[in-house]
Write a protein that binds this ligand. Structure first.
Ligand SMILES: Cc1ncc(COP(=O)(O)O)c(C=O)c1O
Length: 418
């Protein structure tokens, strides 16, 4: 048998035998039983040689493209001299990245706590909010996603992920997204923080309104509760600005980032917070420790990634390519209103809302057949998420739009036949 086919079958079999057979089955059913092999720019190749345009991008992990050679070289250079670094000690890499983060983030978001992933830094954000305020309640959003770790799991707005592990850490309340009155009603004297993604990612690409975000800031200023933005998906140019908060002109008290900070090459995440919260950390300097969080290699990669995003103006490109794609999708939507309900998003964080919950998985399959890797939203399966690498060019955007057009036409035809 062909070597590539054998390698693919081996990977599928071993994954099923030792990680999870249900996952293999599930991906195969929606046409994505591929085994990631070569990766480059906007593309990923299945082990059998089939090429896909990566429109999922690890939910915001590959803003600088797959296997970016500049970022890879930064990691290789760092490895020539450094290792992970001792998490208890001080290093140039850790200090330089923290300084850079304070320079590029809005307002006085000047202090940093590193972690390995988004869940961990969200845990820390919640700990910091409780520690600083001495209060316990966290108001989070229905359909929110903040990760699968302890505190973050309590903050997500989907019981399915929590049910087997009850009781959760107490103190989390969930309110509808974009509903300022609901937040206000939920607030008590014991509210430590309001936590949200400025664009609900897993929850189906719902964009926060200006009114909502400005209102939350005012509410927090008035009551002393802290405003936490989870920008794990929305940061690093994804929405057309370096950070999504910049669209609103609002500075949160704590902002969490991860995913593309690691340039798609090496894991690193951070909670970045305002100056007025730092005294708590000075009083408790070892209150959060993470052996691999903010490793020296991760910090070097983070520094290189930030430079790359700025040098290549990926924020500008995200805005212009996002407009182009969104325009084409809106045309499609007006041609097929029976299956396409709405197009929403900012920059290259785009959601296609279909008219039926089953259409998301169906579209994943129809797109996979056309060499487009796109995954429906975990918390709202009627929504297809599009999060292309920000390095994408016009030709590739056109190719994606044509592929989606073709797939939507097939979906509409099948829907019409019942
Ligand atoms: C908004 C948001 N927050 C947190 C997380 C969790 O990040 P991680 O998987 O790195 O723990 C994710 C992951 O997709 C996310 O989308």
């Amino acid at each position: 048998m062909d070597q590539a086919v054998t390698a693919k079958e081996d990977a599928l079999r071993l994954y099923g035998e030792h990680i999870n057979a249900k996952r293999v089955d599930g991906w195969q059913r929606v046409g994505l039983g591929l085994v990631e092999h070569r990766r480059e720019g906007c593309y990923v190749w299945d082990a059998d040689g089939t090429r896909y345009i990566d429109c999922f991008g690890g939910a915001g992990c590959f803003n600088v493209g797959r296997a970016n050679p500049v970022i890879r070289q930064a990691l290789i250079d760092a490895m020539a001299n450094e290792d992970l670094g001792d998490f208890m000690l001080i290093s140039d890499a850790k200090a330089q990245l923290a300084h850079r983060l304070s320079e590029i983030t809005p307002g006085d978001l000047d202090y940093v706590m590193y972690g390995v992933g988004g869940g961990e830094v969200n845990d820390y954000a919640i700990k910091l909010a409780r520690g600083v305020t001495g209060k316990t309640e966290i108001i989070a959003m229905e359909q929110a996603y903040h990760g699968h770790t302890g505190f973050a799991l309590g903050a997500i707005g989907r019981e399915r992920y929590q049910a087997p592990f009850l009781p959760m850490v107490p103190g989390f309340l969930h309110v509808p997204f974009n509903d300022l009155a609901a937040v206000e009603n939920a607030m008590t004297e014991n509210t430590a923080a309001i936590m949200l993604e400025p664009i609900l990612g897993e929850g189906g690409i719902h964009v926060a309104s200006q009114e909502f975000i400005s209102g939350l800031r005012e509410l927090c200023d008035r009551t002393g509760a802290l405003l936490i933005f989870d920008e794990v998906q929305t940061a690093w140019g994804r929405t057309g600005k370096m950070f999504c908060s910049e669209h609103y002109g609002v500075v949160p008290d704590i902002m969490t980032v991860g995913k593309s900070l690691g340039g798609g090459i090496y894991p690193i995440a951070a909670a970045i917070f305002r100056r007025h919260l730092q005294p708590f950390n000075e009083a408790h300097p070892y209150i959060h420790l993470s052996t691999f969080g903010g490793s020296d290699l991760g910090c070097r990669v983070g520094l290189a990634t930030i430079d790359y995003i700025l040098d290549e103006d990926l924020c500008g490109r995200s805005a212009s390519m996002g407009d182009l794609l969104m325009g084409k999708l809106r045309q499609l939507q007006s041609a097929h209103p029976q299956v396409m309900k709405e197009i929403r998003g900012k920059g290259l964080m785009i959601g296609l809302q279909f008219t039926d919950d089953a259409h998301g998985p169906r579209m994943t399959k129809l797109l996979a057949k056309r060499g487009i890797l796109a995954i429906f939203s975990g918390n709202e399966t009627s929504v297809m998420r599009l999060m292309l690498p920000l390095i994408v060019d016009e030709d590739t955007v056109n190719e994606v739009a044509n592929g989606i057009g073709d797939a939507v036409a097939e979906l509409a035809e099948r829907a019409a036949q019942g």
